[in-house]
Design a protein around this ligand. Structure first.
Ligand code: HEC
Ligand code: HEC
Ligand code: HEC
Length: 357
C-alpha cells in the first residue's frame, strides 16, 4: 500500500462520518421558507443554464408568431402555470413562497432563447418544483406555450383576461362548463383564435370516449390531460351530452380557386381512398353518409372542423403520437400513409362541409 493512501482514507472516513452525523441530527434546514445559501443557489442556477444550453444546441424552433398557437398556449398557461408563476400583472402568487422562487415570467422570458424555453417547459427542472409537460409525446403543444410566453411580457391584466376567457363567458353559470368555454367557446363552437376542436354537435359517444382517453393518458395532450383528469365519470357523461346537443355553426372558409381545387382533391380521397397508398375511404367511417351522419356514434364527425386542427391530428396519427380511445386502431390502420398535401386537401374538404345538409 502506498504511503499517502492511508491518511487520505482516514480523512475520507472522518468526512463521511461527520456528514452522516449532521444529516442524522436533522439540523440541516430543508424548509422552503429559509431559502438557499447563495452558494447552493449559484451552483443550481449555473448547472441548469449549462444543461439547457447543451441540450438545445442543435434545435431549430418553428414559426412562433401564429395567433392560433399563442391562443392555445394562453389557455394552458391559465390552467397549468399561472398559480405558480402569476398572471400578467399579478403581484402575489404561490411560487413566490417556494425555494427556489418560481419567478414572474414576464421579466424572465427574454433571458432565454425560444428553444431553451421549450426545453424548460417540456422537461421541467429537477430540484425546483418546476414540473415537466404532462404529456411527453407531443412537441406542438409545448411550442404553443413558448409562442404565448414570447407574447406574455406585452400583456396587461385586461388583455390577458381577454385572451383566456371566451367572449360571452358571463352567460355561463356552471363552473366546469365555464372553464371549458375558455378554450372551446360557450357553445363548443370554438373561439375566434386557437383552432380548438369544435365540440358542438359532435357524437356524444366519441366525446365521452375521448375525455376518458385524455384522462387516462391514452390520448396524448398535456392540456386536455390537465383538464380531464379532474372530471368524475358522471360529469364526463353530462358534458358529452351537453356539447353533442349544441348546434354546430358553419365556418366561413375563404374559397380561393386554389382552395376550391384542394377541396375537390380532398373529396376524392375521402370518398374513394387511395388504393396504392393503402389509405381507406374516410367516408366509410366518418361519413358524410346518406343521412349526413358518421357511420358509428363513436366515430368523430369531421364536418366543419377547422382544417388546421384536422391536419395536426392526421400528422400526429402518422407519427404515432396521437393515441386515442380504444377505437383508435381502426383509424391507424386506415391512414398508414398520406403526404402533407393530401392531409391538407382532405382536411379542407371536411372543413368545407356543413352539418345542415
Ligand atoms: C408547481 C409550481 C410550478 C408550475 C406549475 C410551473 N412552474 Fe415554471 N418554475 C417553477 C419554479 C420553482 C421555477 C424556478 C426554477 C429555477 O429557478 O431553477 C420555474 C421556472 C420556470 C422557467 C424558467 C424561469 C427562469 O428564468 O428561471 C420557465 C420559463 C417556466 N418555469 C415556465 C413554466 C410554464 C410555461 C409553466 C406551465 C406549463 C410552468 N412553468 C409551471 C415552478 C412552477
Ligand atoms: C386550456 C384550453 C382547454 C380547456 C380549458 C379545455 N379544452 Fe378541450 N381541448 C383543448 C385542445 C387544445 C384540444 C385538442 C387537443 C389535442 O390535440 O388532442 C382539446 C380537445 C378536446 C376534446 C377532443 C375533441 C375531438 O374532436 O377529438 C374534447 C372532447 C374536449 N377537448 C372537451 C373539453 C371539455 C369537456 C372541457 C372542460 C371540462 C375542455 N375540453 C376544456 C383545449 C382545452
Ligand atoms: C375504419 C374506420 C376509419 C376510417 C376508414 C378513417 N377513420 Fe378517421 N377515425 C376513426 C376513428 C375510430 C377515430 C377516433 C379515434 C379515437 O376515438 O381516438 C378517427 C379519428 C380521426 C380524426 C381525429 C378527429 C378529432 O376530432 O380528433 C381525424 C382527423 C380523422 N379520423 C381523419 C380521417 C381521414 C382523413 C380518413 C380518410 C383518409 C379517415 N379518418 C379514415 C376511424 C376511421
Amino acid at each position: 500500500m502506498k504511503k499517502w493512501f492511508k491518511p487520505i482514507l482516514i480523512f475520507l472516513v472522518i468526512i463521511g462520518f461527520l456528514g452522516t452525523t449532521v444529516m442524522l441530527s436533522g439540523i440541516i434546514p430543508i424548509s422552503a421558507s429559509s431559502g438557499h445559501w447563495p452558494i447552493t443557489e449559484w451552483i443550481l442556477t449555473f448547472s441548469m443554464k449549462r444543461s439547457i444550453s447543451t441540450y438545445t444546441m442543435m434545435m431549430d424552433p418553428p414559426r412562433l408568431d401564429d395567433a392560433d398557437m399563442i391562443q392555445r398556449g394562453a389557455g394552458h398557461y391559465e390552467i397549468g402555470c399561472r398559480h405558480c408563476h402569476g398572471g400578467a400583472e399579478e403581484e402575489h402568487f404561490l411560487g413566490q413562497k417556494s425555494t427556489p422562487v418560481a419567478p414572474h415570467l414576464s421579466t424572465k422570458v427574454s433571458d432565454w432563447k425560444p428553444e431553451e424555453l421549450f426545453r424548460i417547459i417540456k422537461h421541467g427542472v429537477k430540484f425546483t418544483g418546476m414540473p415537466a409537460w404532462p404529456s411527453m409525446q407531443r412537441d406542438d403543444e409545448v411550442w404553443s406555450m413558448v409562442a404565448f410566453l414570447l407574447k406574455f411580457p406585452k400583456l396587461n391584466d385586461e388583455s390577458y383576461q381577454k385572451m383566456i376567457h371566451a367572449e360571452d363567458a358571463d352567460k355561463i353559470v356552471h363552473p366546469i362548463l365555464k372553464s371549458c368555454s375558455n378554450c372551446h367557446g360557450v357553445d363548443g363552437n370554438g373561439r375566434k383564435a386557437g383552432d380548438f376542436p369544435i365540440l358542438a354537435g359532435q357524437n356524444e359517444s366519441y366525446l365521452e370516449h375521448s375525455l376518458k382517453a385524455y384522462a387516462n393518458g391514452k390520448r396524448h395532450s398535456g392540456t386536455m390531460q390537465l383538464v380531464s383528469s379532474h372530471l368524475e365519470e358522471r360529469m364526463i357523461k353530462e358534458l358529452s351530452r351537453f356539447y353533442s346537443k349544441q348546434k354546430r355553426i358553419k365556418r366561413t372558409l375563404e374559397r380561393t380557386p386554389e382552395i376550391e381545387k384542394a377541396i375537390k382533391r380532398g373529396e376524392m380521397i375521402a370518398h374513394k381512398g387511395i388504393l396504392e397508398q393503402r389509405v381507406a375511404a374516410c367516408i366509410g367511417c366518418h361519413g358524410p353518409s346518406e343521412s349526413g351522419q358518421t357511420v358509428k356514434s363513436h366515430f368523430p364527425d369531421l364536418r366543419g372542423q377547422p382544417a388546421s386542427y384536422l391536419m395536426n391530428q392526421l400528422k400526429l396519427f402518422l407519427s404515432n403520437k396521437r393515441g386515442g380511445s380504444e377505437h383508435v386502431t381502426l383509424m391507424e390502420k386506415a391512414v398508414t400513409d398520406l403526404t402533407s398535401d393530401q392531409i391538407k386537401d382532405v382536411s379542407l374538404y371536411y372543413e368545407s362541409l356543413t352539418t345542415d345538409q
